[in-house]
Write a protein that binds this ligand. Sequence first.
Ligand SMILES: [Fe+2]
Length: 248
Amino acid sequence: MIDLHCHILPSIDDGAKNTDISLAMLREQREQGVQAIMFTPHFNFSRIDVEGFVEVRQKSYEKLMAVSEVAELGMKFKLGCEVYFSTKLNETDLDPLCFEGTNYILIEFPTDQRPYGLRHTIVDILNRGYQPILAHVERYPYFTEDPTQLFDFVEQGCVAQINAGAILEGDKAALRYIKWGMAQLICTDAHNMKNRAPNLEEAFRYVKKKYGEDYVDWFEKNAIDVYKGKYVDEPELKKPKKILGFWL
Ligand SMILES: [Fe+2]
């Protein structure tokens, strides 16, 4: 298994506060069968510029790699980030924000309202040859209220990610996106060892029980493809239809 969204790097965002917590999270990931990790600390244009962020992230990464027990885990790591949506993405060199060695860029959105310029910015990113990964898509009410909006993004080449925790909580939006083929990645978005701990194994167990082994294989393969910078297989999408006020 590969986790492509987690906040394990130490003292860089609201994730792991120090290397002890980072190490505990990595150990837990390893125990659950995770072999490779994309580190994705938060990046927000309103707090720091890209250059400054890359520098801080590198320092945090080096601090973690200096912990001798980390190497003993035998895991693979790459650097990425989780970008908070901004129309500034249109005028920014996205390479330093992409998952290392790939054209994938993980983007999260405000949860209160649909941000200005969402479609324009995402389409522009796609046109520039990058592949946006839309973080925890189950969280946005404007997608839940009209899932065809997310459908259109996925159809155009975006990759939709859902959180393992949402699946385990039985989040209706997350489960419907799986049903419609609109979710291609499951990641932990782990922040700590308490309320947002690594939980990929449990989520995949749930998916296997509810949807079957093929779904687990599909999610695992997609994560490997993204980690390697390959295209993920095109999903078999079912366009949501509104019938008698319900999205089916
Ligand atoms: Fe996150």
